[in-house]
Design a binder for this molecule. Sequence first.
Ligand SMILES: Nc1nc2c(c(=O)[nH]1)N[C@H]1C(S)=C(S)[C@@H](COP(=O)(O)O)O[C@H]1N2
Ligand SMILES: [Mo]
Length: 441
Amino acid sequence: MKNEETDNPRRNGEGLENPSRRTLLRGGVAAAGGAALAAGLAARGAGAAISQHADPLITDVQDWNRYPGDGVDARPYGLPSQYEKDVVRRDVPWLTADSKSSVNFTPLHELDGIITPNGLCFERHHGGIAEINPVDHRLMINGLVDNELVFTMEDLKRFPRENRVYFLECAANSGMEWRGSQLNGCQFTHGMVHNVMYTGIRVRDLLNEAGVKPEGKWVLAEGADPSLMTRSIPIEKMMDDCMVAFKMNGEALREEQGYPIRLVVPGWEGNMWIKWLRRFEVGDQPWQQREETSKYTDLLADGQARRFTWEMDVKSVITNPSPQAPITHGKGQTVITGLAWSGRGKIARVDVSLDGGRNWQEARIDGPSLDKSVHRFYFDFDWDGSELLIQSRAMDEQGFIQPSKDELRAARGTNSIYHNNGIQTWYIKQDGSAENVEVSS
Ligand SMILES: Nc1nc2c(c(=O)[nH]1)N[C@H]1C(S)=C(S)[C@@H](COP(=O)(O)O)O[C@H]1N2
Ligand SMILES: [Mo]
């Protein structure tokens, strides 16, 4: 990791006592930052003229050019280059009492495109990682059905398969930022999200095989890990687009992600995506849920709680530049990039601001635009080297627009840690470094 600051829990911990890590006034950034907006790309482009460089990396033969490398038998399961060793999931040790009921974060600032590599998908589990031999795994359907059934893995693989790319976001993503900017890197502020292609079968097919009785309105999904992680899900959602997945990005689910099978609940909060899935019970009402479940409500300022807030709201974040990924090339041609997603469908548009939300310009979405999947956006501009307050704001196909953090707090207060989809601001300094801040108008 390039930025030691993010590695040091005490440094980050200080932010807890003084929740507003840093609030900047929009006026604090020189208007020049905005002036660069309309300009084309600078005279200083991204390459260097050959004549000006007697670069030994060009003129001399290098070791990797001279000696043959490893053979095809050296790497039966391929791993990234040794030079990518800092591209890893990271946790924040002070966040939870025990790493077996905790979370680590996807290194969003190191990735591009829309697919999260399997080894980098954030992990959230409440009872550690269950290690299950698929031969010993069973999925049971009981309750209000005509035939109570038990499936082996082999049985499950005889149902018709689907391939779907979906994001999974924990409802607590950005939860530490409700009261003010705190964690210095998008890995920590936004890294409880991943986006992979699932291969699996439709829950609908399984439930139809069992035959749901007319009174059956809810399905309890249960995991095989010590937390059990039971969740009540409306039958309409289960019959609509839920999947039982056994592959992610083409290969078996990782154990961290619920090997051998997990429930996929597209667009809905991560805690319902039961891993190590072992049982569906059909009932006529939501179950008296365990303590862990009741915490997944959103406490408002007046003491009322929002319940059943399952759909994930439209959200986006600039991943580069960001505190762990500063601008190191100086002024001139610069790429801003980030991710946008919505539990309500596709992303219709992403805007980027360089001046803390005063002026907005449309970003370019590139790569597949899929339902309930992350979208990759780019904003190419000519940085004049002045300070910037960069933000992204997403709009989904249903017309929902990502709110500012102030707007969100006005509506919801600051009691909840869930469903924070407010606009993120990074303060870019003249040396290219970036800091997590908030702007107020
Ligand atoms: N069986 C089981 N399923 C679980 C959990 C768990 O602890 N046990 N955690 C849930 C929560 S809170 C989230 S956010 C997602 C995280 O999925 P991931 O680890 O693939 O990122 O899994 C959900 N499914
Ligand atoms: Mo979660």
